[in-house]
Design a protein around this ligand. Structure first.
Ligand code: NIG
Ligand code: FE
Length: 412
């Protein structure tokens, strides 16, 4: 039998049990277990229940006793990041705030291409180290599962380097890293053919290596006027589907079109959606594609927020992610951003917590995490308070005191 550990007493455990994948949620739907313990066996949760009862029922369990008030949540899941990158885009930030346009910034050598240039200069080991450091900062703030995109390589070899670096970074962090290929981020400036020719090259020459080296099972694309049109991306997604990749889309960030492609290809998620109108939110809400709000990009660019309230009211599934990247979302603080989105979009605590736990896990195709129930991974975080509402109220300033990943306490 695997070793059992009992953690507690915990003032409130929010199990998130019984909450559905889709639709609006009220806080009185949250399952709260008071004066509770979490019993884990190996990497998984065995039982969550009243502390006194667990102590009696499992006398042989090793006890990890807590002193003071704590609220436990499932470990957070960040289902959209670009934390594997070189350089900084502080100059873009300053230019944007000085009123320069996207085009002017790109012409001055900024934008995604700047990060591609910086990232290409780094070795796989350097990139792995940067990714591991970013992941560990996230982990210390309670994010136990982190999606990581490529997309700053933009050639077969450079994308392979990034995705190999993300694999290498797995040995530098105990957070789970979920890699995604975003070779369709933009057509690289050093490629002389058309958008379609670039996508054809990637799908025919990179996709087979992704499978062969098991680098990722996920393909993303930036569907946008400045990147790839819906018509250009369809054959690319068709090829990805034929090869059994899961899909996710950077959709409707500035102009619409991407979310329809996402739903039509049964993508796991459509992310951004700041520009989505009624037609788009209705279409998303009745689909199986999860809508992902990226408040960090709205804050970074000074743009509108994703219509999260609307998606939920229409019965859709809403996850919230950081989009941590050097250009539009350098902050990389999931809890702060989700709290801020809540105030602008009037989201309940239950909706925010679902959006950064099991609904975000679903956007990654993962059903083994995001709730504190029997058989789920023992990923949980402990905040120093006795009232769960304090967590979002502090807008990210209250950090977890303890982070547990797969049944082990993170040592900091
Ligand atoms: O998700 N929208 C496109 N891609 C990123 C930005 C990447 C960058 O600017 O480096 C995003 O916001
Ligand atoms: Fe992004």
């Amino acid at each position: 039998m695997k070793k059992q550990k009992l953690i507690g007493p915990i003032s409130q455990v929010l199990t998130l049990d019984h909450l559905p994948l889709k639709g609006a949620l009220k806080d009185d739907q949250l399952e709260l277990i008071e004066q509770a313990g979490i019993l884990i066996e190996g990497e998984k949760i065995f039982q969550v229940g009243p502390w006194e009862k667990l102590i009696k029922d499992f006398p042989k369990a090793e006890i990890h006793e807590l002193k003071g008030d704590f609220v436990a949540l499932p470990g957070l899941v960040d289902c959209h990041t670009h934390i594997c990158f070189g350089g900084s885009r502080a100059r873009d930030f300053a230019m944007r705030n000085a009123g320069k346009t996207y085009l002017e910034i790109a012409q001055a050598g900024g934008g995604i291409w700047d990060t591609v240039t910086q990232t290409r200069k780094l070795s796989q080991a350097d990139l792995a180290k940067i990714t591991g450091n970013h992941a560990n900062r996230h982990l210390s703030e309670g994010v136990t599962t982190i999606e990581v995109k490529s997309g700053y390589g933009l050639s077969v070899e450079e994308e392979l380097k990034m995705l190999r670096a993300i694999q290498e970074a797995k040995s530098l962090t105990s957070a789970d890293l979920i890699p995604t290929c975003l070779a369709a981020h933009m057509k690289p400036k050093d490629f002389s053919g058309s958008n379609s020719e670039y996508l054809h090259l990637i799908s025919h020459e990179l996709f087979p290596s992704l499978k062969k080296e098991k680098l990722t099972h996920r393909i993303d694309a930036f569907v946008e006027k400045s990147a790839f049109s819906p018509d250009e991306i369809k054959p690319y997604f068709q090829k990805a589907k034929e090869m059994s990749f899961d899909l996710t889309v950077h959709a409707d960030q500035f102009t619409v079109g991407g979310s329809k492609v996402a739903v039509d290809f049964n993508a796991k998620s459509a992310d951004h959606l700041e520009a989505s109108g009624d037609a788009e939110t209705h279409y998303l809400a009745k689909s199986n594609t999860i809508s992902v709000a990226l408040p960090g990009a709205s804050l970074g660019l000074g743009c509108a927020f994703t219509p999260a309230r609307k998606v939920l009211n229409l019965g859709g599934a809403l996850a919230i992610a950081s989009d941590w990247n050097p250009g539009s979302a350098p902050m990389g603080d999931l809890l702060a951003q989700a709290s801020i989105l809540a105030t602008f979009e009037k989201l309940s605590t239950a909706e925010v917590l679902a959006g950064i736990t099991f609904r975000a896990a679903a956007a990654l195709g993962l059903a083994d995490r995001g709730k504190l129930t029997q058989g789920q991974l023992a990923d949980f975080i402990l905040f120093p308070t006795k009232d769960y509402r304090e967590i979002l109220y502090h807008q990210g300033k209250m950090k977890p005191m303890e982070v547990w990943k797969s049944g082990s306490k993170e040592v900091r």
